[in-house]
Design a protein around this ligand. Structure first.
Ligand code: GDP
Length: 220
């Protein structure tokens, strides 16, 4: 494919078409990882989705992959606190990270998640980028900033993706994007541009597919 470091402005019609094709292929649950010793071999490029619980992560993964219930896999009891790996035709791993920010989460749970995430983020050279989902109605919350700082410390590249932008006006969305892009200047591992999506309005889904498809290696 194209150089994955190209900017958002470089999304061409060809890349949009490749993203549409790529995400229409099969996407299968591979495994859930609770212990880092269980991670699959890092032989494919990998991207991950992170976000507060209820941010719309499952809906977005389902919309990207054209499934009604793919991400329900990650919501089945016992799988909510693990890294859930999906394979897109053996060319890309999509990792659904545990939702954070539960009001009811105990300190022990939070510290267990943080330690799993930190070890994963620091030791996974095939992890190309984390897409950090932010609810457009709420903007950046303290728990989001905590994750951003963790990603900065781990030097893991990440990009902010707004969800549920249908819930705010286009003007408010523009202001929110400007505010967040301003705040990102303090975060060294952040990609400087914010994406806006809505699964309800199918907005931004095609662009996000193209953005992610940039990480797919050309076939040998
Ligand atoms: P998760 O906990 O992050 O996986 O979140 P879900 O995908 O389960 O979504 C949480 C709630 O937000 C559900 O009620 C969804 O229907 C709703 N939701 C998700 N995406 C959107 C969106 O783009 N627009 C609107 N209006 N609601 C959404």
């Amino acid at each position: 494919m194209v150089n994955a470091s190209c900017s958002q402005n470089a999304i061409t019609p060809e890349l949009l078409e490749f993203g549409r094709w790529f995400f229409a292929q099969s996407c299968d649950f591979v495994l859930g990882v609770q212990n880092l010793s269980d991670l699959p071999v890092a032989d494919l490029p990998e991207i991950a989705f992170a976000g507060r619980s209820n941010v719309g992560k499952s809906s977005l993964i389902n919309a990207l992959t054209n499934r009604l219930d793919l991400a329900r896999t990650s919501k089945t009891p016992g799988r909510t606190q693990q890294l859930n790996f999906f394979s897109l035709i053996n060319r890309l791993y999509l990792v659904d990270m545990p939702g954070y920010g539960y009001a009811s989460a105990s300190k022990t749970q939070i510290s267990a998640w943080n330690s799993l995430l930190r070890t994963y983020l620091q030791g996974r050279p095939s992890l190309k980028r984390v897409y950090l989902l932010i609810d457009a109605r709420h903007g950046l919350k303290p728990s989001d900033i905590d994750i951003m700082k963790l990603l900065d410390v781990c030097a893991t590249s990440y990009q902010i993706v707004l969800t549920k932008v249908d819930k705010i006006t286009p003007e408010d969305c523009q202001h929110l994007i400007q505010d967040i892009e301003g705040a990102l200047q303090q975060h060294p591992a952040a990609y400087p541009y914010v994406l806006a999506t809505s699964t309800v309005k199918s907005q931004g889904i095609d662009v996000l597919r193209a953005v992610i498809a940039q990480w797919v290696e050309p076939e040998q």
